[in-house]
Ligand binder design. Structure first.
Ligand code: TXA
Ligand code: MG
Length: 364
């Protein structure tokens, strides 16, 4: 199977999946995977870019296509418990309880890897992230390909993850063998990542499975991500294995404003005035509440993308990456965003991604 080596663009096949052609599309995609190729597909979190996870040559193509720095570990998608035993060893009892409760679903569990997993897949770490997705397409694909799939998000490294097939098309056409369009990713943000090789387990990335839910099943867990609700352990955990690389950054600089609606709207009006007086083109990424208060039209912002209500973080989460990508295409100098959504549901994960995307943050 061809790859993008030496700048050669490869022909990317495009499949739009439907009830009628489901079997045919999955069989073709599985054949591409089995011949060592790369296929992008939807999951319930975001689109993933899959290849045979235990085949170093296939995994190398993922790194190449995404421009992903070597050493950044990939996670594996599995179809069954048997698959997990193929790639991990010394699996702690807590990990089994997490699988029982949250799989299939948006939870990646970091386990001690076994010798079947090549160094390139795990980024030379002794551990590997494993997830059983709650989506028919990747589940069938893993089953028919007959191997766990290495499957990072299907975006160019460092860009917002893809929640729509169109995002994958924009980033990876000419760089991968096929794209399966199966509609929008239902959740819109990447899975929660929990490391169960340490005690107590550490959440490395917030997602749809919240810390409280995890604690109900396995007792105390630590929060190991930057800017989390519970802080970051004095910075120690920033160095956590596998969390070295920046994420979610659009090309346009993002300025985040957090606080009560009234103060956030005043600050955004002030910032907009400052940037525009310097002749800069400004885009806004706003909740409905703030959009109502700042009267977007009269302000003369160049572009505005609405994420929905501050009280509905799940809706905003689903739109976030689309909003960032949309504004990023408009040739703006700066994006000013509202950063105060409810912490319920996907709120923690949403705020984490907004903070990661931003290079400057005001709390008012
Ligand atoms: O929802 C998701 O997890 C999506 C879909 C496609 O499954 N995938 C995804 O993959 O977001 P990726 O590679 O973009 O993110 C996987 C995360 C990264 O933050 C990576 O650093 C972490 O999991 N990770 C993977 N293996 C790890 C390990 N052994 N130790 C620590 N972190 C690990
Ligand atoms: Mg990613």
């Amino acid at each position: 199977m061809a790859n993008v080596e030496n700048g050669n663009r490869i022909k990317t096949r495009f499949f739009r999946v439907s009830e009628e052609n489901f079997d045919e599309v999955i069989n073709e995609a599985a054949a591409i995977i089995k011949s060592g190729g790369t296929v992008a597909f939807p999951t319930e979190t975001v689109y993933g870019l899959g290849a045979e996870g235990l085949n170093p040559e296939a995994v190398r193509k993922i790194f190449e296509a995404k421009g992903r720095p070597p050493g950044n570990p990939l996670s594996l998608l599995v179809h069954s418990r048997v698959d997990v035993e193929k790639v991990a060893r010394n699996i702690p009892e807590k990990a089994f309880r997490l699988m029982d409760t949250f799989w299939p679903g948006p939870l990646t569990i970091v386990l001690e890897k076994n010798d079947a997993v090549p160094q390139i897949t795990s980024g030379s770490l002794p551990s590997i992230g494993v997830r059983m997705p709650d989506h028919r397409i990747p589940l069938e694909l893993v089953k028919r390909a007959g191997t766990p799939l290495a499957a990072p998000s299907a975006n160019i490294s460092g860009k917002p993850s893809p929640s729509l097939a169109a995002h994958v098309v924009a980033d990876l056409t000419g760089r991968i063998d096929a794209i399966i369009d199966g509609g929008e990713a239902n959740i819109g943000l990447e899975s929660t990542v929990i490391d169960t090789t340490v005690e107590p387990p550490v959440v490395l990335r917030p997602g749809a499975v919240g810390i409280e839910e995890l604690e109900k099943v396995i007792g105390i867990v630590r929060s190991g991500y930057k800017d989390g609700k519970r802080g970051n352990d004095g910075g120690q955990l920033d160095k956590q294995a596998g969390q070295k690389c920046g994420h979610y950054t659009p090309d346009t600089k993002v300025v985040l404003v957090e606080g009560e609606s009234k103060f956030v709207s005043e600050k955004i009006v002030e910032l907009l005035g400052n940037y525009r007086s310097r002749g800069e083109k400004v885009g806004l990424l706003l909740s409905e509440e703030i959009a109502g208060l700042v009267a977007v039209k009269e302000l003369g912002a160049d572009e505005c993308f609405l994420l929905g209500s501050r009280e509905e973080p799940d809706v905003a989460a689903k739109k976030l990456f689309e909003g960032l990508r949309d504004l990023d295409r408009k040739g703006l100098d700066i994006i000013v965003a509202d950063g105060s959504f409810s912490r319920s549901g996907l709120g923690d994960a949403l705020i984490n991604r907004l903070r990661e995307a931003s290079s400057l943050r005001f709390t008012v």
